[in-house]
Ligand binder design. Structure first.
Ligand code: 5AD
Ligand code: FES
Length: 330
């Protein structure tokens, strides 16, 4: 549905929150049904060449215990996740150049044999690399634009270029990946108007998936003393996204649950239809700390799978057993 900027701002600020959530929930039900699609998230490396001010694994944070999984370890983690029923494997990492294109392609080819959809979330790469990952079998790619306010982006992501990130998103789309993007809300100096522009941008570029999470200040970053986003603003933004893009996939994000123990359930009742449980094993979970208060750091893949499964069925929803791809209706 097309909304004007003023209408988006009204929904984000004036409309009764419960009414907004119910409206988004109804649109979700009518367009993508009651199935919730689970994606097993593997956090396979916290090594990153970038220095984003908000991010706990930024290069400049010397307090992080750095790790990357070996090729075999990553494939084995994916195999176990597929065995416990995940139909999508999301591989996420910092921008770690240890994973050359050849290495990534070998990993993708191995994981595709487990009959799963493969999503990559490994940041900015060259067109040739994106192309080789796609040819190796990768189905989807996640990369948030974070904010469409270019000045703010350049302040928060020094050495990076907003235009380059945008160009990467376009390459990914052109290569036929399902494209996931999204933003953080509650960034320092971010206005409601800017969030409305972000939503219009995501709609215009035609994303297949939108991840929206609150910014949570990390103590070992330059933004340690900033305020952070609220769960309400994140939920409202997500609900408006659902109204604007009725048939896309929208995850209940982990950052939402980090702000409130029922954050993901609230999100599932306000427009979301996807959850990405962590399937990383052992200590790696706590070392992959993008923001503080991250949930499930001491849990196991099987525990998270059954925990979230129970939460989902307790609200009368079912767990999807297909790949849960974006099916365009409009
Ligand atoms: N708070 C919330 N989300 C964060 N991310 C990174 N750092 C933080 C933080 N401090 C999000 C970014 C990134 C995604 C993987 O995690 O939006 O794209
Ligand atoms: Fe990990 Fe609930 S999802 S413990």
């Amino acid at each position: 549905m097309s909304l004007k900027k003023v209408e988006i701002i009204e929904l984000l600020t004036q409309t009764n929150a419960e009414e907004l959530y119910q409206r988004a929930d109804k649109i979700r039900h009518e367009n993508v049904g009651d199935e919730v699609h689970l994606r097993g998230l593997i956090e396979f490396s916290n090594i990153c060449r970038n220095n984003c001010l908000y991010c706990g694994i930024r290069k400049g944070n010397a307090q992080v215990v750095r790790y990357h999984m070996s090729e075999e370890e990553l494939i084995e983690t994916a195999r176990k996740a597929a065995n416990i029923g995940f139909k999508t494997i999301v591989m996420q990492s910092g921008e770690d150049m240890y994973y050359t294109a050849d290495k990534m392609c070998r990993i993708i080819e191995a994981i595709k044999k487990f009959d799963v959809a493969v999503t990559l979330s490994i940041g900015e790469r060259t067109f040739e690399e994106y192309k080789s990952f796609r040819e190796a079998g990768a189905d989807r790619y996640l990369m948030r634009i974070e904010t469409t306010n270019k000045e703010l982006y350049h302040q928060l992501d020094p050495q990076m270029s907003w235009q380059h990130r945008y160009d990467c998103l376009m390459m990914i789309k052109d290569l036929g990946y399902e494209l996931g993007s999204g933003i953080m809300v509650g960034l320092p100096q971010q206005t409601i108007e800017s969030i409305a522009e972000d939503l219009l941008f995501l709609q215009k570029i035609g994303i297949d998936m939108a991840g929206i999470g609150p910014f949570i200040p990390h103590p070992n970053t330059p933004l340690a003393n900033e305020k952070g986003g609220t769960l309400e603003l994140a939920l409202r933004t997500m609900a408006v996204m659902r109204i604007m893009m009725p048939d896309i996939n929208i995850p209940a994000t982990t950052a939402m649950e980090s702000l409130h123990p029922q954050g993901r359930i609230k999100a599932l009742k306000a427009g979301a239809n996807v959850v990405m449980p962590n399937v990383t094993e052992g200590e790696y979970r706590k070392f992959y700390e993008l923001y503080p208060g991250k949930i499930c750091v001491n849990d196991t893949p099987i525990h998270c799978r059954s925990c979230i499964g129970m939460k989902i069925t307790s609200i009368g929803r079912t767990i999807g057993n297909g790949f849960g791809s974006h099916i365009k209706k409009n």
